[in-house]
Design a protein around this ligand. Structure first.
Ligand SMILES: [Zn+2]
Length: 445
């Protein structure tokens, strides 16, 4: 064992974390052990603040997917300053596959990070976009504090209509459902037949998951219902229908993610009609209040032009998820600190763009990206402000990280520039907070 460098904030009595030659270690009572899964379990048992807790019940919660397991120092600074509860561990199955990580890795990384940073305000862990009962059980057994149930495989987007039975007619036809602020929802027979066709099966499935895992107190976890990955936007009326049917089935979700109008593409600002978004957001938010859950906004990275609308209409009660933007800031560090390495990664991404496209819907036009070979070193970080380049680098993260040479070089770079990365994340995520209207914490000191 070579020299150990203690993380100063990790000192908790006789336990602390340190950096050794071969990576982080946990030191307990003078004995050094690797920072592995058992060590993480030890911390969660002995230092409860290192275990995830349900956070969706707080007014504002904010997911920051840390695909690299290195973003927590920057994230923690943001949540020390802004009054929102962080979900530090948040990965979908797709992200696990593309980064070669497991849910154990993701959770353990968050545990070590909050211990190193001494962040004691509580954080959530999100089994994001899970589809099967086995996936849900797996994440819950590990201690994840929320599950985002992806109902997309039970949502029918083929434009069909259901046969309406008497119960449905009685529940929804010839009625006006009043919401706050004068908004109201009415259904024609056609609306109702479509809504039942699209969401009927998804509601049944969500209820099955609810009653299997969440209805009892076996797990201390919250449920988010995701109906956002669909072919068409969720109309306010369809949102009302799904919420009402879920309630009737006994499902008590903490959050629900509709698919909003316009496009929420990864890592770039909102594309679409901001006024229409604003009008529909007002109704979506009123529906969520009516039924008693929070709106969840997925693909929330960099949606600066609609954040004020989300903050206002939800009255500051929301959940927002980001992921890709944290990775892009890491690549900005690369462009600044090692231009040659950035050029290599960029060329690699261009070569593999079509492959990566299978996983994500983006509209990037590669022809519009300036050739990094013609840019000066100083101009290179500016690529991370170009939407086409952002999307290129965003969707190829899994491939870039699976190239052993690039992976190794990038990790060394991030390691050597940890402070700069934390700075950039702090600034960038803080901009999300400000536009969403998240208040700054009142400091006791
Ligand atoms: Zn989603």
């Amino acid at each position: 064992m070579g020299k150990l460098m203690m993380y100063p904030r990790s000192a908790h009595g006789k336990v602390f974390m340190a950096r050794g030659d071969g990576g982080d270690v946990l030191v307990i009572d003078g004995k050094t052990r690797p920072a592995d899964h058992e060590a993480a379990e030890y911390l969660r048992e002995n230092f409860p603040f290192t275990a995830p807790v349900p956070v969706l019940g707080r007014e504002r919660s904010f997911g920051v997917g840390d695909r690299l397991g290195i973003a927590a120092p920057g994230h923690v600074r943001v949540f020390r300053k802004y009054d929102a509860a962080p979900v530090l561990a948040q990965q979908s199955m797709r992200e696990l596959k593309l980064t070669g990580r497991t849910y154990k890795d993701v959770l353990d990384a968050a545990t070590f990070a909050v211990f190193r940073e001494d962040y004691q305000d509580g954080f959530g862990a999100d089994g994001d976009h899970l589809k099967t009962m086995d996936e849900v059980r797996g994440a819950l057994d590990l201690g994840f504090s929320m599950i985002t149930l992806d109902c997309s495989e039970h949502i029918r987007s083929d434009g069909g209509k259901a046969e309406l039975n008497e119960d449905l007619r009685r529940r929804y036809l010839d009625r006006t459902f009043m919401l706050e602020d004068g908004d109201s929802i009415v259904f024609t027979e056609d609306d109702l037949a479509k809504a039942q066709h699209i969401y009927g099966e998804a509601v049944r499935y969500a209820a099955q998951v609810w009653w299997s895992f969440f209805a009892s107190s076996a797990y201390r976890a919250e449920l988010e219902i995701s109906i956002d990955e669909t072919a068409t936007p969720t109309t306010p009326q369809q949102h009302f229908f799904a919420a009402s049917e879920l309630k009737l089935a006994g499902v008590r979700m903490a959050t629900l993610a509709p698919r909003f109008c316009g496009e929420f593409q990864k890592g770039i600002d909102y594309i679409g009609d901001v006024d229409q978004f604003d009008r529909e957001m007002r109704v979506h938010a009123a529906i969520a209040r009516h039924f008693g859950y929070k709106i969840s906004v997925h693909s929330g990275s960099d949606k600066f032009s609609v954040f004020p609308s989300i903050g206002r209409h939800t009255r500051g009660v929301f959940h927002v998820k980001t992921a890709g933007t944290n990775w892009l800031e890491a690549m900005r560090v690369c462009a600044e600190k090692n231009p040659a390495l950035y050029r290599e990664a960029h060329a690699f991404a261009l070569k593999h763009f079509d492959e990566a496209r299978a996983y994500y819907h983006v509209s990037a036009n590669l022809n519009k990206i300036p050739d990094p070979g013609t840019l000066s070193d100083d101009e290179l970080p500016g690529l991370m402000d170009d939407n086409n380049a952002r999307q290129l680098i965003h969707i190829t993260y899994g491939l870039i990280l699976s190239d052993p040479w690039l992976h190794d070089q990038l990790c060394r770079l991030w390691d050597a520039n940890a402070e700069l990365y934390a700075d950039k994340l702090e600034r960038h995520i803080a901009r999300h907070m400000r536009l969403l209207g998240v208040p700054e914490r009142v400091r006791a000191d």
